[in-house]
Design a protein around this ligand. Structure first.
Ligand code: ADP
Length: 387
C-alpha cells in the first residue's frame, strides 16, 4: 500500500520520507498522544495504543470493536469545575456539526473502578469538498499536571489552616496568661505555659516537614550513617510514643538479631510518622501493632492500626506529596499530606522501600524494609510515587 492513495496520509506539507501505511502506523501507534479517527458517521476507524490505554482497553484492536457511544458510557465526564460534561459538547461532535476544530479539557472517571484522569481532546474535521470525510481526535493525558495543580491549591488551603490553628491557640493562651499574671495567680500559669509549648512544637514540626520536603526535592537531604541496635531503637521509640499516646496501646512483635548500619534519627522519624498516622486515623480503636521481622539482607517494620482505613483506589497515590483523602467535613483530621511522602523518600534514600495494605473501616498496615547496611548511598531525590 502506498501513501499517496488519498485520505489521512496525503498531507501536502509532509516531506514524503515515510513510505508505507505500515510505517505511518508504527509512528502513530508509538507517539505519546492518543489518536482516534472517526468516519463521517462517527464510527471509529483508527485508534492508536495511547488512546486505547487512556480509554481502558488493552489494545487498539479491542477498542475498535466497540462503538464510540459505548466507549463514552464507561466514564462519567466532567468539566474543570467538576460539573457534568454534556456529550454534545464533546469536541468531535462539535466538529461534526460546524466543520471547525474544537478543543476541550475533560475530567473523566471510570464508572467501574472510580479512577480519575484528565485529558485535553482536540477534534479536527477533514473535509472532502464540503462534506466531512473523517474527524481526527488527538487526546493528551494531562492527569499529572492537573493533579499537581489540584494538590498545590489544596496544599495552600491546608497549610494556611495548619499554621493558623496553633497560632490562634498561642495567642489565646498568652492573653489568659497576661490576665493571670496581672491578678498574681502564679500557680495557674504553669499549665498554660506547657500548652503554649505544645503548640509551638506543633509549628516547629510543620516547618521541619517543609524543610525536609524541600531538601528531598533538591536532592540535599543529608543522611548520617551509624551502627546501632535496632531492637533498642524500636523499644525506645515505642516507649516515648506510648507516653504521649495514652489512649492507644502499642504492642511490639518480633526481634532483629543483627546490628544495623543506617541513619538512626531518620529511621526514628519514619517510625514516629507511621505511629502518629496510626493514632490519628484510628480514633475509635485503641490498639497499634508494630511488627519487626528480618530476612537475609533486610529488616521489615510494619505498623498496623484498626482504624478508618483507605479506599483501594487511593492506595497507589498515598505516597504522593500533598495527597490527603477528602473525608467527611466533620471528620477533619489535621495534617499537611507530606508526612508519608517524606517517610517513603527517606526509606528509599536508605536503600529500602515502603508499601501499604489497607481496608476501608478495618485499618491499615504501613510497612517498610531496609537493608542492614547500605549497598551504595543514594543521594538523589526521585519520583518514586506513581500516578
Ligand atoms: P497527613 O496525615 O499529614 O495528612 P500523610 O502524608 O502522613 O499526611 O498521610 C497522607 C494521607 O494518607 C492522610 O491524609 C490520610 O488520608 C492517609 N493516611 C495515612 N496514614 C493513614 C492510616 N494509618 N489510616 C488511614 N489513612 C491514612
Amino acid at each position: 500500500m502506498k501513501t499517496d492513495n488519498g485520505g489521512i496520509l496525503k498531507a501536502e506539507s509532509m516531506p514524503v520520507q515515510v513510505k508505507t501505511i505500515e510505517q505511518f502506523d508504527v509512528i502513530f501507534q508509538n507517539i505519546g498522544y492518543g489518536i482516534t479517527v472517526q468516519d463521517h458517521k462517527g464510527k471509529l476507524i483508527y485508534v492508536n495504543k495511547e488512546a486505547a490505554r487512556m480509554a481502558g482497553f488493552s489494545s487498539p484492536q479491542k477498542m475498535l470493536l466497540v462503538t464510540a457511544e459505548d466507549i463514552l458510557k464507561k466514564f462519567t465526564l466532567m468539566d474543570k469545575e467538576g460539573k457534568n460534561f454534556p456529550l454534545d459538547k464533546m469536541p468531535g461532535r462539535y466538529a461534526a456539526q460546524d466543520k471547525n476544530s474544537h478543543e476541550a479539557l475533560i475530567h473523566y472517571k471510570f464508572n467501574k473502578s472510580g479512577k480519575e484522569y484528565w485529558s485535553v481532546v482536540k477534534a479536527v474535521p477533514v473535509l472532502k469538498g464540503k462534506e466531512i470525510e473523517f474527524i481526527i481526535n488527538t487526546i493528551r493525558d494531562v492527569t499529572v499536571d492537573m493533579r499537581e495543580e489540584e494538590r498545590r491549591d489544596y496544599f495552600i488551603a491546608i497549610a494556611s489552616h495548619e499554621f493558623k490553628t496553633p497560632l490562634a491557640n498561642i495567642k489565646a493562651f498568652t492573653q489568659v496568661l497576661e490576665r493571670r499574671l496581672k491578678l498574681k495567680k502564679y500557680d495557674d500559669i504553669y499549665p498554660l505555659l506547657a500548652r503554649i509549648e505544645i503548640k509551638v512544637d506543633e509549628l516547629v514540626n510543620i516547618i521541619n516537614e517543609f524543610l525536609d520536603m524541600s531538601k528531598i526535592r533538591a536532592g540535599r537531604l543529608e543522611l548520617s550513617y551509624e551502627i546501632f541496635d535496632f531492637n533498642k531503637l524500636l523499644a525506645e521509640i515505642i516507649k516515648d510514643f506510648q507516653q504521649i499516646t495514652p489512649a492507644h496501646r502499642i504492642i511490639k512483635k518480633g526481634e532483629v538479631h543483627k546490628l544495623v548500619i543506617s541513619d538512626k534519627q531518620r529511621i526514628r522519624q519514619v517510625i514516629v510518622n507511621l505511629l502518629s498516622n496510626a493514632r490519628k486515623y484510628s480514633p475509635l480503636t485503641d490498639i497499634i501493632v508494630v511488627k519487626v521481622s528480618q530476612r537475609k539482607n533486610f529488616i521489615t517494620v510494619c505498623v498496623r492500626d484498626f482504624g478508618i482505613g483507605i479506599p483501594k483506589i487511593y492506595l497507589e497515590r498515598i505516597f504522593e506529596p500533598f495527597f490527603r483523602l477528602q473525608r467527611l467535613k466533620n471528620e477533619r483530621i489535621s495534617g499537611l499530606g507530606i508526612g508519608l511522602y517524606i517517610a517513603s523518600q527517606i526509606v528509599y534514600l536508605l536503600g529500602g522501600r515502603m508499601w501499604v495494605k489497607s481496608e476501608l473501616k478495618a485499618g491499615s498496615t504501613f510497612c517498610f524494609s531496609l537493608p542492614y547496611k547500605p549497598k551504595k548511598i543514594k543521594k538523589k531525590f526521585v519520583d518514586i510515587y506513581k500516578f
